[in-house]
Design a protein around this ligand. Sequence first.
Ligand SMILES: [Zn+2]
Length: 92
Amino acid sequence: MSVSILECKSCGSPNVIELVTETCLHFPGLKGLSAEPIFVFPGTVVCLDCGLMWAHLAGGEMEQVRKARSDLYGVPVTSTAVPIERSRKIQY
Ligand SMILES: [Zn+2]
């Protein structure tokens, strides 16, 4: 059994659930129509009190997004962002 120690980033409720989703990412605007959609399967947290949900992409998925952004807008693929912890659970 695992118990999540996450809490909602909006209302602070501990009544959240971690799920896996499938999502198709598109870049905005007319320029974004020229890029292929990117299918990802992020770990997602949903607040069962206020409905806020947030997701975390795996490293390979982030690379796909960075590469597509670079191809579309000419932004360098490199990033200095520090990855956040994917899951914070206490195992019993
Ligand atoms: Zn909430």
